[in-house]
Design a protein around this ligand. Sequence first.
Ligand SMILES: Nc1nc2c(c(=O)[nH]1)N[C@H]1C(S)=C(S)[C@@H](COP(=O)(O)OP(=O)(O)OC[C@H]3O[C@@H](n4cnc5c(=O)[nH]c(N)nc54)[C@H](O)[C@@H]3O)O[C@H]1N2
Ligand SMILES: Nc1nc2c(c(=O)[nH]1)N[C@H]1C(S)=C(S)[C@@H](COP(=O)(O)OP(=O)(O)OC[C@H]3O[C@@H](n4cnc5c(=O)[nH]c(N)nc54)[C@H](O)[C@@H]3O)O[C@H]1N2
Ligand code: SF4
Ligand SMILES: [Mo]
Length: 729
Amino acid sequence: MSAPAAAGPTADPAVPGDPAAVASLGAVDTHCPYCALQCGMRVRAAGVADGDAGGRTGGDGGAVAEVLERPEFPVNRGALCGKGRTAAQLLAPAARLTAPLVRDADGVLRPAGWDEALDRVADGLRRVAAAHGRDAVGVFGGGGLTNEKAYALGKFARVVLRTSQIDYNGRFCMSSAAVAHQRAFGLDRGLPFPLADVARTGCVILVGSNLADTMPPALRYLTELRENGGTLIVVDPRRTRTAEQADLHLQPRPGTDLALALGLLHLVVAEGRVDQEFVARRTSGWRETLPGVMAHWPELVERITGVPVPRLREAVALFCDAPASMVLTARGPEQQAKGTDTVSAWINLCLATGRSGRPLSGYGCLTGQGNGQGGREHGQKADQLPGYRKLDDPAARAHVAAVWGVDPDDLPGPGRSAYELLDALGRDVRGLLLMGSNPVVSAPRAAHVAARIEALDFLAVCDVVLSETAALADVVLPVTQWAEETGTTTNLEGRVLLRRRAVDPPPGVRSDLQVLAELARRLGVARGFPADPEEVFAELRRASAGGPADYSGISYGRIAAEDGVFWPCAGPDSPGTPRLFLDRYATPDGRARFTPVQHRPSAEEPSPEYPYYLTTGRVLAQYQSGAQTRRVPELNAAEPGPFVQLHPRLAVRLGVAEGEPVEVTSRRGRAVAPARISPSIRPDTVFMPFHWPGEGRANTLTNPALDPASRMPEFKVCAVRLRRAAPTV
Ligand SMILES: Nc1nc2c(c(=O)[nH]1)N[C@H]1C(S)=C(S)[C@@H](COP(=O)(O)OP(=O)(O)OC[C@H]3O[C@@H](n4cnc5c(=O)[nH]c(N)nc54)[C@H](O)[C@@H]3O)O[C@H]1N2
Ligand SMILES: Nc1nc2c(c(=O)[nH]1)N[C@H]1C(S)=C(S)[C@@H](COP(=O)(O)OP(=O)(O)OC[C@H]3O[C@@H](n4cnc5c(=O)[nH]c(N)nc54)[C@H](O)[C@@H]3O)O[C@H]1N2
Ligand code: SF4
Ligand SMILES: [Mo]
């Protein structure tokens, strides 16, 4: 098909797939607003006549649009989970904010016009900078923002605010895997191969991912793997729906994945299964890594992890006997204060066995948020410039400064990581612009974080809804959503996708890009912040050119015509790069690097006072802080509130029956939620999902101990005590 015409805020590009068929439905091809799978879907505006996409009804609060299947899109092949299927409900005006809010003199948020609201934000940020210096103004972004927004936000911080204090919620997500990727391969892309390769390898070790709940359409690739004769090993302290699919389920204590990976590698060495030829030809650092491996003999690893030695041997046999194999990690092993070393240990296992840099083998991280991949490449990270360039690299600064038309010396240096930034609020950082995150629910040690946010001199939040964090703001700016605007996201495979405008936004909202343009103008920067996403993307391409995440050859037209383009893609003649590292790694010498690592305990281990492990995570029907999905009735009906999952033996010990309130106390605070009793969890561990505010907020309890390299907080392990709470009346 021919390349589509330019996409602007009102004009929509042509439709990929069969244009005639799709247009006759009055529907537009786009992608889900939620997770990193970025399922392809088709959105049809309500009341649209045939061939007349883009209209809008629903001013009465009724349905604005419907979500349809898009079977041609290769990643999800038409399948959607309940969150994706119901995503259009939040487009209705009744479900979201449709006017800016400003806090008046008596402390009440009241509706306001855009000029007043934007003036207040510009004024608030300007005053803080004047009184306390530029670095007293902070910016907090999100991995759900499109590439264009993430790029514009990073540029806004460095060029308009000229602050070093910017970071984003992706720090809480895959940052440990990102650092380990960089260390080993010289490049960080979640999966170095298309997801479909998973179905054709021989063995997959899936570490701390519950993708049956967190990326349901991806489960099909694991099913196909097994139908093709391959095997699946799942590592999770809980027997999740994903673990139920496994040929082998290893159920370690939380926080012991590092020892587990070292123990498996020890057996690989002991059983003579090291791929010496691969190690010699394609890697460096094996000799320095070996002593740490040999120090983790099987019986010691059994003692640390609770996984019996015969199970370790079984895993090694399945992994090494297969003709090709993969290790995939998600938040389980990564959200630990040793997450980076843990991922390095799993990468070491792949390298030593030659399961990397070859077709159908390799290590990959299952990135989480809708634009978790692209959101970490284009400059909203504290230490980074667009194209995954480093802020402290003089050549990178010179390149990006030239694109931005500023002096490289005027670009600030690296700033604080997400938790450290939140912890500095009301102290060193006194004004904050927040876009695309809800840290009052999702940050570790959340009561403390909420108090820091309340201590700010000035807070502005751009959001679609009045999230728990937006409710604390001085100004709330209501923005357009996925189906109302065009922009690109990069999915967990590194495939750059085009989300396209399918419906008109309600009057009263503006796009994040418009907001940044208006604020820049008010703060004295009249040029360089276009509100048209395709113009922003054109600049992003130039800024990323020659960087590790090179988008220079990607255009909206190509994405639409090719079902996405994999970066790096340097120039219009490049086909893009679905599979990385087949010839060489992105390190200076082209070799993958082993990293010597040692197991160490979690920042908090159970003690007589706090005798159990708490781990946290997700359920199928809610997304993240719940700001969006808690507003969708059918998702709420499926998962109405927080709970504490615990083993029947532990329930007996505590004298708690199903549904009775359990009080969970850590060194940070106390939460109460109903018991959900299940034999699928270890008896020494309880699990809480983190999607809710209030008394059952899991993050009241979590430990902000940070990984030294990635600055990832230890969401997955802390020590708690438990008791039956007085029943609520
Ligand atoms: N329904 C739904 N889907 C989502 C999201 C959502 O909020 N809801 N969020 C999206 C985002 S941003 C992300 S990051 C992904 C996350 O996707 P996942 O990583 O699959 O999600 P989690 O539930 O955080 O953690 C996965 C598993 O880790 C296990 N685990 C806990 N502690 C440990 C440990 O110490 N070691 C090991 N090996 N495992 C452990 C938990 O029991 C859990 O089953 O999901 C994405 N998809
Ligand atoms: N205990 C515990 N805590 C965790 C985790 C865990 O496993 N355990 N996981 C962590 C992980 S992996 C993540 S990714 C974080 C996520 O946690 P958050 O950062 O809180 O993520 P969301 O709830 O997705 O927040 C996104 C906010 O942005 C809004 N929004 C959506 N789209 C747009 C847009 O285009 N523009 C603007 N301006 N706003 C938009 C939404 O309405 C919502 O309020 O939580 C982390 N917290
Ligand atoms: S799996 Fe993720 S991208 Fe796909 S429909 Fe569900 S939430 Fe959306
Ligand atoms: Mo995430």
